[in-house]
Design a protein around this ligand. Structure first.
Ligand SMILES: NC(=O)c1ccc[n+]([C@@H]2O[C@H](COP(=O)([O-])OP(=O)(O)OC[C@H]3O[C@@H](n4cnc5c(N)ncnc54)[C@H](OP(=O)(O)O)[C@@H]3O)[C@@H](O)[C@H]2O)c1
Length: 263
């Protein structure tokens, strides 16, 4: 049994890590700013929840006390949270070191260092904090989540137009598969280097149009599939295929089977 602290353990991926770790017999503490009510979808029975904030440092030592490993599933998507994202990771690593935690594993995004978008730059900056840490660290870089793609389609379908980006394919992955990779990295005691990095991708690379067609037929949503240009650094990143890793299809759950579970 390993004692694991999951930072961001109430989020989309974090709560799957918590669920899997508890089911595998590990002792789990969860750190997030808000403690989820018992019975809510963010709460996993058997885990212990702590309120804390990596931006201020409040509550970190209590959540990390006694942990062998910390898994960082934090997010900071917009504005100030995005600007403070890497520093928050650094603060978590510092607190983990003080608490005697042996290893830290962070979730990141595939090839984030190859994009100049501010969002991806914040991910790459956090990766560097992990690479420079005195702790043993691992970074798991994942492709886009199935939910992100479904969200783009659903947003457009509200006005009966389902957007796809020209010349873009995706190899999206389910949060459950990402959680399995994070937990495997956390309990891997054979890691020879002080820092390691692994990339994981979903089972299939599909064009956005193929995904939109599957999304329409699986959800029964109505709307016309349209093709749009995606300008800016994100468009460049996706058209270059930096979001794909056909040689590393780690995930088992396809976009369609993930959608079917949600019907
Ligand atoms: N979306 C994608 O397609 C994709 C693909 C690959 C990798 N990723 C990466 O995966 C990571 C996790 O994404 P996700 O969608 O699972 O995130 P999410 O659902 O937004 O969850 C974020 C978690 O972090 C906690 N949190 C946020 N700010 C915090 C703070 N200052 N202090 C303590 N806890 C804080 C949140 O809880 P509270 O709000 O209660 O604090 C929540 O538990 C992100 O770094 C993301 O970049 C995403």
């Amino acid at each position: 049994m390993t004692t694991i602290c999951v930072a961001g353990g109430t989020g989309q991926v974090g709560r799957e890590v918590v669920r899997l770790a508890v089911a595998s017999g590990h002792k789990v503490s969860v750190l997030s700013r808000h403690v989820p009510p018992v019975g809510s979808k963010k709460h996993v029975d058997g885990a212990t929840y702590f309120a804390g904030d990596v931006t201020s440092g409040d509550g970190l030592s209590a959540a990390l006390a006694g942990a062998d490993v910390v898994i960082d599933c934090l997010e900071g998507q917009f504005g100030k949270a995005q600007k403070q994202f890497a520093d928050g990771g650094g603060r978590l690593l510092g607190a983990a070191q003080l608490a005697g935690v042996g290893k830290a594993v962070a979730l990141s995004i595939i090839n984030c260092d190859l994009s100049s978008s501010a969002y991806y730059a914040s991910k790459a900056a956090k990766e560097r904090r992990y690479a420079e840490s005195a702790l043993q660290t691992a970074v798991v870089r994942a492709t886009q989540f199935h939910g992100l793609v479904a969200m783009i389609f659903a947003a457009g379908a509200k006005v009966r137009l389902i957007p796809t980006f020209k010349d873009v394919s995706l190899q999206s992955i389910s949060p459950v598969d990402v959680a399995a990779a994070l937990l495997a990295a956390a309990v891997d005691d054979s890691q020879p280097e002080n820092h390691s990095m692994v990339t994981i991708a979903g089972p299939q690379a599909l064009t956005m149009r193929e995904m939109a067609e599957s999304w329409k037929s699986t959800t029964g949503a109505r709307g016309r599939i349209i093709q749009l240009p995606l300008p800016g650094p994100m468009g460049d990143f996706l058209r270059a295929g930096h979001n794909l890793s056909p040689e590393q299809p780690y995930g088992k759950e396809s976009f369609v089977s993930w959608l079917e579970k949600r019907r």
